[in-house]
Design a protein around this ligand. Structure first.
Ligand code: KIV
Ligand code: ZN
Length: 434
């Protein structure tokens, strides 16, 4: 679609800053089946996991974290099922998570036997609070006995199974709560331990495991790492924001502007506590600025149905781009502006509509919900529904008279009026009464 090609909000049109907007899609990783799943009241069974996996493929994810196979038998069996039943398309790479612990890494490799390609994601916490209180380890011990030692082990196990195309990811968990110099020291050492090169890069994934700061601070930390790690060209720089302060999307967006190549998140932001970074939110932010997100949300209600079924959690009616109410105006002045802008629109115009950030049709929605009528609406909304749902165009004087009748009925009931209700009142007023 060229509808959004040149659209920028007015304050960005003559921008001075080359990095003020994103101009291409990042590498996406869905962690719905891992971080999302581990936060559910009832984690997905194999059937729900499969349903989600198929949907993620349909949407276009090329990297999918499918679980934590050393954590439970269900998780292990799910990875086996994907591999044994040959369910992974050639252009999709599954990723699995493992803590930096020998027996868990070994079990993880067992789960992946026979995979054509896979990303093994190793993590250990690096933050002072974890070093002091949970591990009782010095920085040197965390560096040597957790990070470097287990990176060597993972590489060695991979070398023992050359039939799989192995890739690796390393996450210094709680990166956003850790001294930057120490994070860099760990990352540089792990890059060496995995033997990463520009041809065989290591994914370094920097999480805000708990979101503690404003998104600009997180992005500054990412930029610092981007500029200071020893072998930037041997790294795919990934971020993994959470949403504790409610700014997960902004943190992800800023982090990509600050130098990250890749981002991990979930559909509609399911995940630990307030959730993971919402992939759909950023994808559609990009789309609405003319950037192809490389993910398909052209039937967003179907995506939502699958996500609600698999997570057994509802999506909020005001959730960006997908909620039931996000393309709906009740207020008279908004309705009036939308009506006028629709009438003035010509084929090929860029999408620059008051109160509608993008065309709901692009996400498989109709215009039916755009204008809904309650006691906040004026005559514009009522006439719009009469015209579009009943084919009745009223002269202005009759519009005013009839909207007073409808308004009176709504003041009494305090309820919304559907197009059908309005049609019935119209018939009662002007036909039945004759
Ligand atoms: O939030 C986090 O730190 C994680 C890691 C395991 C990457 O989920
Ligand atoms: Zn996480």
């Amino acid at each position: 679609s060229t509808k959004y090609r040149s659209f920028q909000p007015i304050h960005l049109r003559d921008r001075q800053w080359p990095d003020a907007v994103l101009s291409k899609a990042p590498i996406w990783l869905s962690t719905d089946l891992r971080d999302g799943n581990q936060a559910l009241i009832e984690p997905m069974d194999v059937e729900r996991k499969l349903r989600m996996f198929r949907e993620l493929i349909r949407i276009g994810f090329k990297e999918i974290e499918v679980g934590f196979p050393s954590a439970s038998q269900i998780e292990f069996d799910f990875v086996r099922r994907l591999i044994e039943d040959d369910m992974i398309p050639d252009d999709v790479t599954i990723q699995v998570l493992t803590p930096a612990r020998e027996e868990l890494i070994r079990r993880t490799f067992e789960s992946l036997k026979g995979a054509k390609q896979a990303i093994v994601h190793v993590y250990n916490a690096v933050a002072p609070i974890m070093r002091r209180v949970v591990f009782n380890m010095t920085k040197e011990q965390v560096l040597n006995d957790l990070a470097i030692k287990h990176a060597h082990l993972a590489r060695q196990l991979a070398n023992e199974h050359p039939g799989t195309r192995w890739r690796f990811e390393y996450s210094p968990e709680m990166f956003s709560g850790t001294e930057l110099e120490f994070s860099k020291q760990v990352v540089d050492a792990v890059v060496e331990a995995f033997g990463a090169t520009p041809e065989d890069p290591l994914i370094i994934n920097l999480p805000s495991t708990v979101e503690h700061s404003t998104p600009n601070i997180f992005a500054d930390m990412i930029e610092w790492m981007h500029r200071n790690v020893a072998k930037r060209d041997a790294i795919i720089l990934s971020v993994h924001p959470h949403n504790d302060r409610g700014t997960g999307t902004a943190a992800g967006e800023f982090a990509l502007m600050a130098g990250a190549d890749r981002i991990e998140g979930t559909l509609f932001g399911n995940g630990e506590r307030t959730g993971n970074f919402d992939v759909a939110n950023l994808a559609l932010n990009l789309y609405s600025q003319g950037v192809d997100p490389q993910l398909d949300f052209s039937d967003i209600d179907e995506v939502r149905r699958v996500v609600e079924y698999c997570n057994q959690l509802p999506v909020h009616p005001r959730h960006p781009y997908v909620g039931d109410l996000v393309y709906t105006s009740f207020s008279g002045s908004h309705q009036d502006a939308i009506k006028k802008a629709f009438s003035a629109r010509e084929d090929g115009d860029i999408w620059d509509m008051p109160y509608l950030p993008l065309d709901p049709m692009d996400l498989g929605r109709s215009y039916e919900a755009v204008i809904r009528v309650n006691s906040q609406s004026g005559k514009g909304g009522i006439s719009y529904l009469l015209e579009h749902e009943h084919g009745l165009v009223l002269p202005r004087r009759l519009q005013i008279e009839f909207s007073q009748v409808v308004q009176g009925a709504m003041d009494e009931s305090g309820k919304e009026m559907s197009a059908e209700d309005i049609g019935e009142i119209f018939t009662r007023e002007y036909f039945d009464a004759q």
